[in-house]
Design a protein around this ligand. Structure first.
Ligand SMILES: [Zn+2]
Length: 115
């Protein structure tokens, strides 16, 4: 997670006011794990991104039935997303940096760059 401070200068009638906005962004290389949480029992299945491959298709509690079917749209899209994150987390020497902004109010337990 990176926190970037942006200064926005907004001239007012009487002098200038400076507001500071803190913007939190993540890069694919910031992603360390892939997690699936059951909305019924809230148990979490987590894998390190580096070895994640196929999503679970149901929770052992079986209260909400099957999450997805193997080979279905959701399953295939998650497999692709994991593969893309793995690929871009290792990308080096590109002439750009790919980042995703995080909504304000999302807690950041680490509250520092890197870990
Ligand atoms: Zn469950």
């Amino acid at each position: 997670m990176r926190k970037k401070r942006q200064r926005n200068r907004e001239p007012k009638e009487k002098g200038d006011a400076v507001t500071v906005e803190t913007k939190t962004t993540i890069e694919p290389s910031d992603v360390s794990t892939v997690e699936f949480e059951c909305i019924h029992c809230h148990s979490i299945t987590s894998w390190p991104l580096a070895i994640a491959k196929n999503p679970p298709t149901s929770c052992p509690c079986e209260q909400k039935g099957q999450w997805m079917t193997v080979g279905g749209d959701t399953y295939r899209n998650i497999v692709s997303l994991i593969a893309l994150l793995q690929q871009f987390s290792k990308t080096q020497n590109e002439p750009f940096i790919l980042r995703f902004g995080v909504k304000n109010g999302v807690s950041d337990p680490a509250s520092s760059d890197g870990d």
